[in-house]
Ligand binder design. Sequence first.
Ligand code: IPE
Ligand code: IPE
Ligand code: MG
Length: 254
Amino acid sequence: MSTSTFGFHVAIIMDGNGRWAKARGRPRRFGHAAGARAVRRVVEAAPAYGITTLTLYAFSSDNWRRPRSEVDHLMRLFTRHLRSERDRLVAHGVRLSIIGRRDRISDLLRQGIEDVERHTAEGTSLHLRIALDYSARQALLEAALSLAATTKTNDIGDPRAGFEAALSRAMHADAAPDVDLLIRTGGEQRLSDFLLWESAYAELLFMNVMWPDFGNEHLASAVQAFASRERRFGRVSPPPTEAKGRLRTARAIP
Ligand code: IPE
Ligand code: IPE
Ligand code: MG
């Protein structure tokens, strides 16, 4: 990839809300509300750790399979929080983007998304991306289909290099650097269809903390664990520009 994008991209699969609530004898929605407060903590703490892009998995395309009452509750929570957090995000210089499908959510939520995206468009301290009705496979499929529909083979030059760049653009993967650190809370060790393309060289970190308990100290220990990893990108040792613990993305390295 030739795009030279500097930054530190952390992605989080925010898992464990339901179990957190169950352990307290409370309904699952109690866990989701506590999870929303954890989102606010992490967003506000992120820039201090050098994080420039933060992608949070809020609702997967497979989460529609949950009981209607839980899905409805989550959609209302997203709608309410987008509205209540808008001015705070602007004040913190956060640019918010929502990734995922927008054709299956309510008009109210879609309008809320457009409103926050518009108001936060100038933010420069952090690019916050929330994945909502998101499926990495679906995103790849859509990108391939849109390319197939719009690109003639001879438009893309060298078929392999050209196609990779064009596919990357079609996925809007050029809008954010590749993932450097992928965290999953809740103890499960799987990707659940999250950022499969962008995480090709991500460092993976599975944490036993339930998402509602996630705070500054967990983010600190995650970043510390990342800094101690040796990223080789296929070489026998890290590239010269990748000094140990330096926060650089795979794409930035020639
Ligand atoms: C993650 O927590 C939040 C969403 C998927 C919306 P879960 O709701 O999956 O919590 P657990 O995994 O059941 O504990
Ligand atoms: C992944 O969590 C999706 C989000 C955190 C939004 P799930 O709880 O839905 O994942 P699985 O079903 O355990 O793989
Ligand atoms: Mg879960």
